[in-house]
Design a protein around this ligand. Structure first.
Ligand SMILES: Cc1ncc(COP(=O)(O)O)c(C=O)c1O
Length: 378
């Protein structure tokens, strides 16, 4: 079976971890500092701070930007649940805006109508690694004085006019969870171009300490530090980023070329000047004749791994439909999420399917996948 996801880890990563174990310095240290330097260069951001994972990176961004109780944050429902969960963690309320059915990203034209006097921020998610229309989003944010936090968890290597995503809003948050383009097992980074905010982030992720450490705590903070074991893996992954990403882009380009003519299928639209991270390739079925499950089962029968991931939108998740189990519901009035309907998001959720996007794919297997899909959707 050609795997739908895989991890590109080699001997070099193993050696890096062994070195950390031998050094006995397992907590955040010189490997983390070196990874931050590499990630800042890679992303073009002035500052990068390691965080234990992408979820904590987003939560930290909320706290550092003072987003909390009584605030509303606009985001997309077609994403991993962590995106809107971090809004809930901060005490704020997620407000869901429908996606564009072609890019699968939040539709900037629908943001305006959801802005109220309580709206404090927008959290665009570059879903599957496809950059959002950041120009339109930033125009709205500037016009309405809103903060922007970019969820770049899936978007390593995604750019808009050569600027890496994460640099448009106040903070960009990345994940290095084990299935991502660049992996550390768990892991995260926040980037920013604001020095004061960066200092605050570094303190809050370390229990509100000053840069010198010690036991005086200036903010209520968290332990969101990354271990040097993870950072050591990430250092090697950064050294290999070009190699890993170019393989993914090669596969993404071949899929886009080979599948764009299929009438019953639509591949995710990438806006002009935008570079997809090629984290996930998930076309959408356009003809009711072919169901999501049928396609996935057919591909599997041909030894091609496939799956559908966000078949439940965030507002459809059981935990959102019964927020009484969430402790902050004792003090916060949440909307009735069962009344929300984002029709494009529901359409994409019910009709997308993932195809293999792994660095071990050969040109031969890419062609085989394209041919198999062409035959099925003919
Ligand atoms: C879009 C999105 N946001 C946030 C996260 C959370 O990142 P992590 O799993 O590193 O906590 C993920 C998942 O991995 C994600 O895909």
């Amino acid at each position: 079976m050609i795997p739908v996801v895989d991890v590109d880890i080699k001997e070099l990563e193993l050696k890096a971890v062994q070195d950390v174990v031998k050094s006995k310095y397992l907590v955040e240290g010189k490997n983390a500092r070196s990874f931050e330097e590499k990630f800042s260069k890679f992303s073009g951001a002035k500052f990068a701070a390691t965080i234990v994972n992408g979820t904590c990176a987003l939560h930290l961004a909320m706290v550092a930007l003072d987003i909390g109780p009584k605030d509303e944050v606009i985001t997309t429902p077609f994403t991993f649940v962590a995106s809107s969960n971090t809004i809930l963690f901060s005490g704020a309320i997620p407000v869901f805006v429908d996606i564009d059915r072609e890019t699968y990203n939040i539709n900037p034209e629908k943001i305006e109508e959801k802005i109220t006097e309580k709206t404090k921020a927008i959290m665009p998610v570059h879903i599957f690694g496809n950059p959002c229309d950041m120009k339109a989003i930033m125009d709205i944010a500037e016009d309405r004085n809103l903060i922007v936090i970019e969820d770049c968890a899936q978007a390593h290597g995604a750019t808009i006019d050569n600027t890496h995503v994460g640099n448009f809003g106040s903070i960009g948050c990345f994940s290095f969870y084990g299935s991502k383009n660049l992996v550390g097992g768990e892991g995260g980074v926040v980037i920013t171009n604001d020095e004061e905010l960066f200092e605050k982030i570094k303190s809050i992720k370390n229990h509100g300490r000053s840069p010198e450490g010690g036991y005086a705590h200036y903010f209520i903070g968290f332990n969101y530090r990354m271990t040097d074991l993870t950072a050591a893996i990430m250092n090697v992954q950064m050294d290999r980023a070009k190699e890993i990403l170019s393989k993914r882009h090669n596969t993404g380009d071949k899929y886009r070329e080979g599948l764009s003519e299929l009438e019953n299928l639509r591949i995710q639209k990438v806006l002009s000047g935008h570079q997809h991270s090629d984290y996930i390739m998930a076309p959408v079925i356009l003809n009711e004749k072919f169901s999501q499950n049928r396609v996935i089962e057919y591909l599997k029968s041909k030894d091609i791994g496939s799956r559908a991931i966000y078949t439940k939108l965030s507002y459809q998740q059981p935990c959102y439909l019964d927020l009484s189990k969430w402790h902050l519901s004792r003090v916060i009035d949440y909307p009735d999420y069962s009344k929300i309907k984002c029709s494009n998001s529901e359409l994409v959720a019910q009709n997308h399917f993932e195809i293999p996007m792994v660095t071990s794919l050969t040109d031969e297997s890419i062609n085989y996948i394209i041919e198999t899909l062409s035959e099925f959707f003919d």
